[in-house]
Design a protein around this ligand. Sequence first.
Ligand code: FAD
Length: 333
Amino acid sequence: MTPDIFDVTIIGGGPVGLYGLFYAGLRGMKAKLIDALPELGGQLITLYPEKYIYDVAGFPKILARDLAKNLISQALSYNPKIHLGERVISLEQEQNEDRLYYRLLTEAGNEHITSTVVLTAGIGAFRPRKLPIPELDRFEGNGVHYFVNKKELFSGKKVLIVGGGDSAVDWAINLLDTASKITLIHRRDKFRAHEKNVAQLMNSPVDVRTYHELKKVIANEKIVGSVIYDNRTLEEKALEVDAIILNLGFQADLGPLKTWGLDIDRTGVKVNYRMETNLPGIFAAGDIASHPGKLKLISTGFGEVATAINFAKNYVDPDSKVFPGHSSDLSSR
Ligand code: FAD
């Protein structure tokens, strides 16, 4: 089956990509967004969900998590297509009669065809940080989890959570009404999570063990236990567990994007005043875009992506104006 041809495909669902998705809808474009993670929000959600941001216009202060929530709600205004958990690995040009298209292939094996691309890939595709313990790979998705999409998966289970950041602490508290027992191990005694949540964790039935790390996973056809150790004394302890959640942070990697024929310098993908790259119809905005005077900030990223989308609109439909008019002149939606 031939995949649908989209006017614009946005690669990256961070703050800049999300605002671009809204803007593409505003311009009446058939728009799609793809992100490698199962969740939208980019750095706001993966790196600092509980931090306040003070320099987003119109918000004296806003939690990164809440800004992501608002951006997602705005991005969904025009019912765009969103593909999560798909890392784009290749981009190929295709000439079809007198039109140029791009064919994007994702790690999940899906193809996406599009007239233009807006790259808002930030500092690269995020992947959860992993531990070099072989059984973890074998049981990924079936007892070993890096994200919690469905709480029911942990119903009645003895869960081991590894990590000391917001996600580890949040999930330990959140799964108390679902799991039969929760142990949280963290290699230090200081948590990188919101103070209020750490206090709640410490006063909860969660078995918290600081200075502990995961050594081994014990499994037959499924996970039945684990061995943890005290990193000060190296003393080992066996724990009965049925599920392991690893919240060890994320690594970002530009990876295959570097091989797509884009002109890249030390700070990112080079763009001109239209936010267009050296490849026709491929635009870039946000942290990934490089131009003289570049500032890697959310507020400048919003402006860049509005420019990118307006020029992408004009690229797809040369009769359309680049200037979008004022949104306040639209009849209310
Ligand atoms: P990102 O947020 O990085 O999102 C990019 C997305 O693209 C990711 O979700 C990634 O998974 C996806 N992606 C990448 N490659 C692929 C691929 N090949 N296929 C599919 N998906 C892909 N800025 C401010 O303005 N004010 C602040 O106060 C502020 N505080 C910060 C605090 C911290 C701790 C950090 C780390 C940053 C802070 N920033 C702040 C910077 C700000 O978060 C970034 O400028 C912003 O997130 C950039 O947005 P983006 O959408 O360009 O990229």
